[in-house]
Design a protein around this ligand. Structure first.
Ligand SMILES: *Cc1c(COP(=O)(O)O)cnc(C)c1O
Length: 383
């Protein structure tokens, strides 16, 4: 199965591609599910499923029995509906009034985080003669969307009075749940409990789905599972931070590969790449690989990145260009069409999204979500 890149392949696939191992993705899902049960699963599929392909990942999660799917923006939700996904979908981001009818028509669940928004959604639902499904968003310590925990009561009260809303969920989000020091996360959890206490205090039923746990909390805070968990990065087999306690074993589902397209010997006094930033003091063998920052291979990894060729690690030399990199083989040899691993395993060696994150001074989330649509995705395995 190959998903359509934005440029036509004319039946010929670019040598630079992403391979997604659906079997691993399924195993990661099951490993997480087993740990969090009886809590339900809401796999997070935003940003092209962290680079793994939104539609393919959604079909797999639906087949695996995911209870809910989470995306960031309305368009991601609509695309999934158009592709036949029937599982409930929560759009996690903020909304604008003119988007509301589209949410309702496509049966997408709205994140509501202010009294005004609730009334607005209720009114639009009434006009359409339909019910709008809503999850209330409580800010317990991120200062992004969400009503502050210390003034959430009016939102909860309003939600109970809106006649055209199905207030199915209430949720919050952790700022540092992947850290070794969980004190701020515990404070956030306590604040969320305070908000939920409203329902007990007034003997009212709480929304059916209370949720808070992202990957960090799934690994480190079982007390934060509530009714449903929201795994993102962990589902894809990557740990959010080197510090995070690894209570669940998962394996990376994504490999990024290319092939050697050129071989040459570089002599001393002949610098490599833009800016002429790298030179050798002895003749070296080098190969060119057709990948660059135009694919999401960050330029900031210049002079740090490594790749795997013939089972060995070799350094990228000179600046990373838009479409090409040069790799120093020293005295080793390689041939045109030899496989190159940018992320993934080869023999006993491996290069991880975490490695690239370190070279680029960023986090693995940004590495994965930046592999763009010029790179075709190829799928292997299955449930
Ligand atoms: C992205 C996101 C998640 C998933 O976070 P991970 O750290 O990738 O597990 C969960 N909840 C919300 C609200 C998010 O925006």
């Amino acid at each position: 199965m190959i998903n359509a890149p934005t440029i036509s392949t004319h039946g010929i696939l670019r040598p630079t591609l992403v391979e997604v191992d659906l079997t691993r993705l399924a195993e990661n899902f099951r490993a997480i599910h087993q740990k969090v049960a009886p809590a339900k699963m809401m796999p997070i599929l935003k940003a092209n499923a962290y680079g793994h392909g939104l539609v393919e990942a959604a079909h797999l999660m639906e087949t695996l029995g995911a209870d809910y799917l989470g995306v960031a923006v309305l368009e991601e939700g609509i695309l999934l509906r158009e592709q036949g996904i029937r599982t409930p979908i929560l759009v996690l981001g903020g909304i604008l009034g003119n988007q509301v009818p589209h949410f309702i028509k496509h049966n997408l669940t709205i994140t509501a985080s202010s009294v005004e928004k609730l009334w607005q959604v209720d009114e639009i639902a009434e006009q359409l003669g339909l019910m709008a499904r809503v999850h209330l968003k409580i800010d317990t310590g991120m200062e992004r969307i969400g009503v502050h925990y210390y003034s959430a009561e009016s939102l909860l009260e309003t939600a109970l009075r809106c006649k055209h809303l199905d207030v199915e969920g209430i949720f919050s989000h952790f700022a540092n749940s992947d850290a070794a020091d969980l004190s701020y996360s515990r404070l956030q959890l306590e604040r969320f409990h305070e908000v939920l206490h409203f329902y007990e205090k007034h003997a009212l039923p709480a929304p059916r789905l209370r949720h808070m746990a992202n990957s960090g909390a799934i690994l480190q805070m079982p007390e934060a599972y509530f009714d449903l968990v929201r795994p993102g990065l962990l589902l894809y087999g990557v740990y959010p931070d080197p510090e995070t306690y690894r209570s669940i074993r998962v394996f990376p589902a994504l490999s990024w590969k290319s092939r050697v397209v050129y071989f040459k010997v570089i002599q001393p006094g002949h610098p490599v790449g833009y800016g002429s930033t790298w030179q050798t003091d002895h003749p070296v063998r080098a190969v060119t690989i057709p990948v660059g920052y135009g694919d999401g291979y960050f330029r900031s990894m210049s002079h740090r990145a490594q790749v795997l060729i013939r089972g060995q690690k070799f350094p990228v030399i000179g600046r990373i260009s838009m479409d090409q990199i040069v790799v120093n083989l020293e005295w080793e040899t390689a041939y045109n069409d030899d496989e190159v691993v940018l992320i993934g395993e080869m023999g006993r060696e491996r290069i991880t999204a975490e490695d690239l994150a370190q070279w680029a001074s960023t986090i693995p989330y940004e590495i994965l979500t930046n592999i763009n649509t010029r790179v075709p995705r190829v799928y292997r395995g299955g449930t």
